[in-house]
Ligand binder design. Sequence first.
Ligand code: FDA
Length: 509
Amino acid sequence: WATSSSNHENFLHCMSTNSPSNSRISGNLHTSNTSSYSYFLKSSIQNLRFSNTTTPKPLLITTPIKESEIQTAILCSRKHDLQIRVRSGGHDYEGLSYLSDEPFIIIDLVNLRSISVDLEDETAWVQAGATLGEIYYTIAEKSKIHGFPAGICPSVGVGGHFSGGGFGTMLRKYGLAADNIVDAYLIDVNGRILNRELMGEDLFWAIRGGGGASFGIIISWKIKLVHVPPTVTVFSVHKTLEHGATKLVHRWQYIADKLNEDLFIRIIIEDVGGEKTIQATFNSLFLGSTNKLISQMNKSFPELGLQAKDCTEMSWIESVLYFAGYPNGSSLDVLLDRTHQDKSFFKAKSDFVKEPISEIELEGVWKRFLEEEIVFMIMDPYGGRMSEISESEIPFPHREGNLYNIQYLVKWIDGEIRASKKHVHWIRRLYRYMSPYVSKSPRAAYLNYRDLDLGRNNKVGNTSYSQARVWGRKYFKINFKRLVQVKSNVDPENFFRNEQSIPPFPALR
Ligand code: FDA
């Protein structure tokens, strides 16, 4: 302990003497004896499972305002054998941006979140600490006919979201957020600042879907804006089992991925208010007018019985608020609020579905839902642009042949260990129940819905390629090998590592 505590002192000394802006004075270094430490530690933790007294705490949190402070943190951490956790929005489902079993520091990018939009070029540079809400807000301030195809929750950070893929209501029209990135700046293990040209196409490929944390620290992204019409239409139609929800969900599986790519209809299944009433909400964005939407729905999904009175026309940015759950007429300023309003204890898992699931099998899910209180199954349709992009274009491989993605989510309020175990056990049982009905060999999963049940790196010592391939193939399929190759080239000593990071190939001796 004496050695490690003096090592920590040496690390802190390294940080304060090498920080070019003298960060200690400018307040960007937070140790456990500064009053800001606890504030910054908790500020963006989204999953309360990882915010208790037994959760490992960092030696230091740094909130850099300059890139040079990140370079210093990398160099001092390497020298003094500390791990780095990089945090953008803190939404990682397993807390990997602020937790580690090894002694570690957090680089929290909350102060690096400027966004500059270039309408002529139809691009924007976005710093990695920005949230989706901040991007949507800034684009909408400049233009009514531009948007960006990324996730639904405004407090999600772009550091993790873009580097893991990122999808929302426009994925059928424009693909993932990561499909629309054209350049990036990253700081590598040697502290070098590299843009696309300097990092090369392999590394630029890897950080768009392969998870940034294995490869370096992304400091900004250049995104390609997309076109949105001045008026879009939204609807949410709720159906309980008594109103034929099972038949409608079943039917939806045959059409949702084949609809015109301007039309996105997802389904959210829940036990409403924990009252043992299963409800399916058909929740939709259409990039066009109500009239056009109704005529398409009459042709493709008449069973839902959609009428004009169920639909609301609005601007694209208002639809962002709508999907985020804000009431009609809310100020756009809510998009700038970095704190996710609905923090809870939760565990999630994901699947991809290639063949429609039968009504009887769906009923088996509803039955299991009645055993829990706060549970959701979110079904996001694929097809459209997602099927046009090849599996290896970026590391995210779940393209043609996938009807939809499922996210299973269980939340709870009592964080006591036994209670938490019960909910985690429940979702694992549901996942086992689903195995015959979803993708196989591999049973695919979405990196941004991180799930450590799929496997993790060894706590001590190296993790072999074949060990990591078990979960690597689920997230990345054939792209896993190329990710390992890139990792071996850019960080052969595996400095940037976490429980599910990409391991390098062993060094040839
Ligand atoms: P966080 O800061 O926790 O980072 C996640 C991972 O990326 C960590 O490993 C971290 O170290 C690494 N990382 C972060 N910044 C980095 C950087 N600059 N350089 C290198 N590595 C970096 N997904 C989706 O596709 N669509 C959706 O609609 C939603 N909605 C949603 C709602 C809510 C409430 C939650 C909690 C999550 C989602 N997600 C989602 C999942 C989300 O995309 C996923 O959790 C992202 O990784 C979150 O990115 P953050 O930057 O917020 O997380």
